[in-house]
Design a binder for this molecule. Structure first.
Ligand code: NAI
Length: 285
């Protein structure tokens, strides 16, 4: 594949666009407003400047030249693959997949969702081509973490799943594991209950965020503690993912604790808003 469309240029969309551009693809990213497009482009540019400063890429400006961040969804008509990375909201994603179905012209084009927890089947059946829809779940930060979960649905054509696997592995250089189309796939179905347990510990006064995180970093050699990780993921995204997992499995361990809901309602979204369980320099993430 030579070109790619990405919808959403937040934490994940910008990261996916970055790895695609670093793999020499022509990248078109669609955002919902000019302001969000400008912020997404700056997020991408800043990440590329950091990669250049660390010697990971030779020329950040040349990579950025391969990316256009726009607001017109119609411009995705010629794309060979479109990866959706908009907000974790089923209604919004269903509307988007239905719109993409009417726009993208090639019958071979692959539609992928980066959803963390919404069953991909629900997005696939919003199109007239469910055989070409698959889950491709990247990890944050996308340029750093090498894993992608491939999630074909019951309706995905095996050739399409294989092409998506080859694209993630050979074009983007990722390691691919496969999961059934279950909310959370493999990693979030295991990770999210752990993160929610850490939030419940803070909520009940069992221990401080700092001590919980230090415990897991020093005691279990985790690269960062669970509350720092929730701040990185985004508290809104963590809550949305927990709700989908709870809806799917009806297990209390997936239910978002009230403290998480209150923090989201208060706008304490983690790094992206400047404050979550910790405080950050605003919009640094
Ligand atoms: P985010 O909130 O940083 O970015 C979402 C972006 O989508 C925003 O910039 C928003 O303006 C844009 N958007 C919303 N509706 C849109 C539309 N209709 N058309 C175009 N753009 C639209 O969220 P984030 O973290 O990037 O998450 C995106 C997706 O990736 C979600 O499905 C999430 O579950 C998934 N994900 C998130 C991870 C994380 O660590 N944050 C990890 C892996 C997957």
């Amino acid at each position: 594949m030579k070109n790619i469309g990405v919808v959403g240029c937040g934490l994940m969309g910008a990261g996916i666009a970055e790895v695609a551009a670093r793999a020499d693809l022509d990248v078109l990213v669609v955002e919902s407003s000019p302001e969000a497009a400008a912020a997404g482009r700056e997020r991408l540019a800043a990440s590329l400047r950091r990669a250049e400063a660390k010697g990971k890429i030779a020329d950040a400006a040349a990579v950025l030249d391969r990316v256009r961040v726009i607001t017109e969804l119609d411009a995705l008509a010629d794309r060979e693959i479109v990866i959706e990375a908009i907000v974790e909201d089923e209604g919004a994603k269903v509307r988007l997949f239905s719109a993409l179905d009417a726009i993208v012209t090639s019958p071979d084009a692959i539609f992928a969702s980066n959803t963390s927890s919404i069953p991909v089947t629900r997005l696939a059946v919003a199109t007239s081509r469910p055989s070409h829809v698959v889950g491709l779940h990247f990890f944050n930060p996308v340029p750093v973490l090498s894993l992608v979960e491939l999630a074909p649905t019951l309706l995905t054509d095996p050739d399409v799943a294989e092409r998506a696997r080859t694209f993630a592995r050979d074009t983007l250089g990722k390691h691919v594991i496969e999961s059934k189309d279950r909310s959370g796939f493999v990693v979030n179905a295991l990770l999210v209950p752990f993160l929610l347990s850490a939030i419940r510990m803070v909520e009940s006064g069992f221990a401080t965020a700092e001590d919980i995180d230090e415990g897991m970093v020093r005691g279990c050699a985790h690269p960062q503690g669970p509350l720092a990780l929730v701040d990185l993921i985004g508290l809104d995204t963590t809550k949305a993912v927990a709700e989908s997992l709870y809806e799917e499995f009806k297990e209390p361990l997936y239910a978002p604790p009230p403290l998480l809901s209150r923090m989201v309602e208060a706008g304490l979204l983690g790094r992206k808003s400047g404050r979550g369980f910790y405080r950050y320099e605003r919009n640094r993430a």
